[in-house]
Write a protein that binds this ligand. Structure first.
Ligand code: DGT
Ligand code: CA
Ligand code: CA
Ligand code: ZN
Length: 570
């Protein structure tokens, strides 16, 4: 799939034109970049099926952009981009990902200080060199340093949602290579944490050389670090590293267990082997020279006296003890949800209509979907006031008639104000089926004030769900200060449901809070926070998050049929 690469080039092109103060072009390129980035369909397939005409049918893609995409698909490059890049050899995407850095500044940084990378920028900021630039004060310099620091804390790691589709795509292609019998993506990807350092592929093949050759020559590879007979290490154009290890079938389980990690989990498992006088490594579980188990992970865990531990739980936070005592939770499954509960539409800042979102929900086999557009305090999204909400409710009644099985629930994502009140009156809220409340302002309040404000909102009998309870955005914004223990207690007392927001940039609640909520007897929902039909596939990230928080089916109320689900709300 080339979508990500194309989206990145279009984005950089838009910034390059913006630096030159070219009108209109930058916006058009940026819009096209965003759409292509969120397409579920592969641009290559679209092109193969319908040529340049089909490309032009992608929303936001006009003739000019379609031609550029065609050029990239045919020649593997876009001449215009390469020429501009030659004159301006700067890591634009990297620099723009820092809070406070835009195209104008990137231009200034390069022409005045020859800054090309985030590292160059960091050095210059630390040396106090930025202050001397026009329109650049100490305050902006400090903001940039803070932005860089926050990025470092993420360690340059990629969000799971950025790399999982790519990993799956590579796996599919590897499976077609001659002699390849099995491929697994091991490492962190298999455990589904929020961010990923690099990709670890394992394959069984009778012709390791063919698989290795294929992997090293994949079109998305930008650099080959090493290419042996059974091991290949590469960097991909998207900036992430990937390894492939090719193994014989008989040791695949041991290798999969070893390379799935986490390292902390493995260390503890190996200790159990050592206690028995055995040894465990990527080749197998052995007693002296005798092989005890190696072909499947399950055998290895069983021989060590444990139940099989799902990859999402392998963090060494109690799962080994639970597996030895045979009381691991039976985790919620990836097919267990019956509906999506946070969905924005073109009534506010979503890209698709209510009907389009509902059709997509049908495709997923959902029984219900809640339409939860923003409300008026979020003015920039066109948030609904009372009148608009009432109009939308009437519209939903109309659209509902076109659907036989799917129930379209009327909802809203209301804003929690400073004093814990909401931006829509209770009488109107009472008419909705589902009300989610969220903090979208005043992220810097003290923990005491923030917590009190949220609890006040939870006490409102119309508030069913607390949306994205900590407000963090992965690699971009820290969570606000909030006492999660107090929130969980309040959820229990008031019967408020906590959301596990599956949007890959949010994943909020996070795993440890999910576990706390579950142990506190609080129910949760998993939803997508989708702003377009393509984002409705994000449920799987929410489910992974719930599994990492040890959730069973009964902990998540949108596993229930519609009637019971509605009863579980306030
Ligand atoms: P990442 O890539 O940072 O998101 O995280 P991982 O877990 O994929 O880490 P990575 O790619 O360095 O290594 C893949 C797996 O290999 C890791 O989860 C566990 C295993 N592994 C790597 N190094 C060691 C080690 O020194 N000891 C043990 N027991 N396992 C290791
Ligand atoms: Ca890895
Ligand atoms: Ca690795
Ligand atoms: Zn929104």
């Amino acid at each position: 799939m080339k979508n990500k690469e194309i989206a990145k080039i279009l984005f950089e092109l838009s910034e390059l034109y913006e630096m030159k103060n070219v009108p209109f072009k930058p916006r058009a390129l940026e819009r096209a970049s965003e759409t292509i980035d969120s397409l579920t369909e592969d641009v290559i397939d679209i092109y193969k099926e319908g040529g340049i005409k089909a490309l032009e049918n992608i929303p936001g893609v006009g003739r000019g952009i379609a031609e550029r995409i065609e050029e990239y698909l045919k020649a593997g490059r876009i001449k215009e981009y390469e020429n501009m890049k030659k004159k301006f050899p700067v890591d634009i995407a990297g620099l723009s990902s820092i809070e406070g850095v835009g195209p104008k500044l990137i231009n200034l940084l390069y022409t005045r200080l020859k800054i090309r990378t985030v590292l160059d920028l960091e050095k210059a900021a630390e040396a106090g060199k930025l202050k001397g630039l026009p329109r650049m004060g100490a305050k902006l310099e400090a903001k940039i340093l803070k932005g860089i620091e926050f990025k470092h804390e993420g360690g340059g790691r990629f969000a799971l949602g950025e790399v999982l589709p790519m990993a799956r795509e590579i796996k599919t292609r590897l499976l077609k290579v001659r002699g390849v019998e099995t491929v697994e993506v091991a490492g962190s990807i298999r455990r589904r944490p929020e961010t990923i350092g690099d990709l670890d592929f394992l394959a069984i093949s009778e012709h390791p050389a063919a698989a290795a050759e294929f992997f090293a020559r994949m079109p998305e590879v930008s650099h080959v670090y090493g290419h042996g007979e059974t091991k290949v290490l590469v960097r991909l154009k998207s900036g992430i590293d990937a390894d492939l290890i090719i193994l014989p079938k008989k040791s695949f389980g041991a290798a999969l267990q070893y390379f799935t990690g986490s390292k902390d989990h493995n260390v503890e498992v190996r200790k159990l082997a050592i206690k028995k006088g055995w040894s465990l490594n990527e080749h197998g579980l052995t007693r002296g020279k005798k092989m005890i188990a190696s072909e499947t992970e399950k055998e290895i865990y069983e021989k060590l006296g444990m139940d099989f531990i799902e990859p999402e739980m392998r963090t060494n936070r109690g799962e080994i003890e639970a597996a030895l005592a045979h009381n691991l939770p039976k985790l919620i499954g990836y097919g267990d949800l019956r509906g999506d509960l946070q969905v924005q539409t073109s009534w506010t800042d979503g890209k698709n209509s209510i009907e389009e979102m509902a059709r997509e929900a049908e495709k997923f086999g959902h029984e219900y979907i809640a339409i939860t557009d923003h409300t008026k305090f979020l003015a920039m999204t066109g948030g609904s006031d009372k009148k608009k909400l009432l109009r939308q409710m009437a519209e939903i009644d109309k659209i509902q008639k076109k659907f036989r099985k799917l129930k379209i629930l009327k909802g809203a994502e209301v804003n929690i104000m400073r004093d814990g009140s909401l931006d829509i009156d209770d009488e109107t809220l009472a008419k909705l089926d589902v009300v989610g409340a969220a903090v979208h302002s005043l992220f810097n309040l003290s923990q005491e004030e923030q917590t009190a404000r949220i609890i006040k909102a939870m006490e409102n009998p119309n508030v069913d769900i607390l949306f994205h309870p900590t407000g963090r955005v992965i690699n971009k914004r820290k969570p606000y200060e909030v006492d999660m223990e107090a929130i969980i207690k309040a959820a229990k007392r008031t019967g408020t449901i906590l959301e596990i927001d599956g949007h890959p940039w949010r994943l909020d609640l996070k795993d440890e809070h999910i576990r706390m909520a579950r142990e506190g007897g609080v129910k949760m929902v998993i939803d997508t926070d989708a702003h377009s039909v393509s984002e409705m596939s994000y449920l799987e990230y929410g489910i992974a998050q719930a599994r990492r928080g040890w959730c069973e089916k009964k902990d998540i109320i949108n596993t229930l049929p519609l009637k019971e689900f509605l009863k579980a709300l306030k």
